[in-house]
Design a binder for this molecule. Sequence first.
Ligand code: NAP
Length: 400
Amino acid sequence: MGERIDFRDGHWVVPDHPIIPFIEGDGTGPDIWRAARRVFDAAVAKSARGKRRVEWLEVLAGEKAFKETGSWLPDATLDSIRAHRVAIKGPLTTPVGGGIRSLNVTLRQLLDLYACIRPVRYFEGVPSPMREPQRLDVVIFRENIEDVYSGVEYRAGSGEADAVIAFLMERFGAKIRPGSAIGIKPMSKFGSQRLVVKAIQYALRAGRRSVTLVHKGNIMKFTEGGFREWGYEIAKEKFAERTVPESEAGGGKGDGGRVIMKDRITDAMFAQLVLRPDEYSVIAAPNLNGDLLSDAAAAQVGGLGLAPGGNVGDGYAVFEATHGTAPKYAGLDKVNPGSVILSGAMMFEELGWADVAEAIVRGLGGAIRSRRVTYDLARQMPGATEVSTSQFAEGIIEHV
Ligand code: NAP
């Protein structure tokens, strides 16, 4: 009998047989979920020798939900994820022309999943545009609720946009071309600091050297500049003994085990990740910077096919493949299940089952090194043999 995961005093309380809801996803979702679930069960069985086991609970969303219930995102799904706290999902078709805005956005807001976490690391053998892709190994914490994702945006020429423009011009003398579209970029101290706290806590837990605040504060002084200022402030306030600002750090070698707090301007950061990737470890960024950086970094190590993601709040988390449904391959047992598999590894790590997470990563690394890989990797890896999604999963399990 499975039990629910709980969250008490800022920590996950995970039973040996946790119930974890999953959404298999649309398009190729069922193919990759089937493969991923086998890998997860094998990794848990191997690491826990029968002591632990996950009880997977299917919840519906997307096309399958629409067919069975008439709703893209049934309330029962949201209730179940809320009750079980941690879930994993495959990709979902975004319905065009009405219905729900996006399941991801709805879940984020409903459960206050304020940190989007994207680890980016290289797997030996994966084709990459870089000469030394292995030098990049970062975990990006991106604010998930505020900034340009707040959704406060008005169409050009609309009454709302014109009213906002008139207000800003009359009250504050702002210069805005009449008829412009208007988007609002709210960034709070509260929202910025809780994101930076999560990044620092992770760096401490994972033994990471530094946390870099990425911002465009040279131009947007109060929003992006605020993010930088509030980030340093909370590091000093909450982690005085365990962090040190770069300006006060000595040799750059961790300064007695303390995490070095750095900041970089966004445009410079893109260049730095290409030129000196090994100087960065954990990155904390506002929404838009983090969005752009996450995909750019993933491209450096060989693309989005293997990039995992997690949306995490306080006591709730949803992990997901970062690619879409790739509908033309649906049901062909063809696509790469790596992204959802690595998202599962993130989930187990977050829940404190680090041994399971390591086993999954080891398995995937081994399968890629053996050069028996899905089409997307095989077409770029000299001497590789193309295998199906399920055969790739078997390869991973062999190396777990
Ligand atoms: P996509 O599904 O990510 O597919 C684009 C291309 O990426 C595929 O044609 C394929 O490239 C490659 N690809 C994607 N997943 C792969 C995998 N697992 N293994 C190997 N290759 C993979 O993007 P899209 O076509 O723009 O979007 C399709 C649907 O997905 C849309 O309804 C969109 O809204 C939705 N979507 C959902 C999410 C989500 O739920 N998180 C995210 C993004 C998009 P090749 O053609 O070169 O083989």
